[in-house]
Ligand binder design. Structure first.
Ligand SMILES: [Zn+2]
Length: 304
């Protein structure tokens, strides 16, 4: 065997080994995949089940999702019951023991994060509330993004220790990039701290807490419950009384009620993105906040 032939064979074997050993990560949402990609770089493969323009509470199950889960080494979920309506049956159908709840390859990112609106007292879904354990849209605070990044670095390193130093470096870069971006976002939002707005769904409490928005009401009477005429009327009155002009709507809701409310109060209904992938040009965790902060500051600027 010539030297080159041995070299070729060696390279092919090395290639096969590295392909086989690459951690295969599946996430429930694009936000988790975007953060995971920052940490895992080219040492992992990672993809999301839900798309960022879909309502993450209600994702239609497809056979292709089961196939993805069958091949996964690690499943990362948002938790706080966000995916309860669609993910557990898919995980079950996959028959993949590595990613079942409690297994090493199952990670609930909420365990690393600050969760708001956690109810005290009796927990019930009887009234249709889709947030019975607290608010699951917690990734919209960059500090929680940082915590998710750290937790994924630990998880990736545990499952693929040969690349631990690489994941460490990528986490450092991610945190530095995030710290720089936060300064920019804070400066942009600073003039508008305390501004009152209405949102369609309770998607933005972490975002609002972080950037000083004051969400005073919702188009939905309760999370997951569609608008009712009486609630809509009360909302219009409140917005008029408090001179609120902006209604922020997630991309997957019908614009008719928000538009008619906006018209009644002389305001605007705008689509604010709760997730990476909500618009084609929003493909990273940084682009998500860039997009939302730019949208808000230009809208507030108009009503100044
Ligand atoms: Zn929700």
């Amino acid at each position: 065997m010539s030297f080159y032939r041995i070299l070729t064979v060696t390279l092919v074997i090395a290639g096969l080994c590295s392909a086989a050993s690459k951690l295969n990560v599946v996430t429930s949402t694009e936000d988790l995949a975007a953060i995971g990609r920052e940490i895992g770089g080219d040492r992992i493969s990672i993809e999301s089940i839900a798309r960022g323009y879909q309502d993450p509470h209600f994702v239609e199950a497809k056979p292709s999702y089961v196939l993805k889960l069958q091949k996964a080494d690690l499943l990362v979920t948002v938790g706080v019951q966000l995916e309860i309506g669609w993910l557990p049956p898919l995980v079950n159908q996959s028959g993949n023991s590595k990613i079942q709840v409690g297994a090493k390859g199952y990670f609930d990112a909420s365990t690393a994060c600050e969760i708001l609106e956690v109810p005290t007292g009796t927990i019930t879904r009887a009234d249709g509330d889709v947030h019975p354990l607290g608010n699951p849209h917690y990734w919209l605070d960059p500090e929680n993004g940082r915590r998710i990044g750290r937790a994924l670095k630990d998880k990736f390193s545990e499952m693929q220790p040969a690349d631990a130093a690489y994941f460490d470096q990528h986490l450092k870069d991610f945190e530095q990039h995030l710290t720089d971006a936060e300064k920019r976002w804070d400066a942009q939002m600073a003039p508008y701290r305390g501004q009152k707005v209405v949102t369609y769904h309770r998607s933005f409490p972490n975002f609002s807490k972080r950037f000083g928005l004051n969400v005073v009401d919702y188009v939905e009477p309760k999370p997951g419950i569609p608008p009712s005429p009486s609630h809509t009327l009360a909302l219009i009155n409140k917005m008029k009384q408090e001179n609120i002009k902006l209604i922020l709507v997630e991309p997957y809701f019908d614009m008719r009620t928000p538009n008619s409310v906006a018209q009644a109060v002389g305001g605007t209904a705008l689509v604010l993105l709760p997730s990476v992938g909500g618009e084609k040009q929003v493909q990273t965790y940084f682009q998500l906040f860039d997009y939302d902060v730019n949208l808000l500051t230009s809208a507030f600027g108009k009503y100044k």
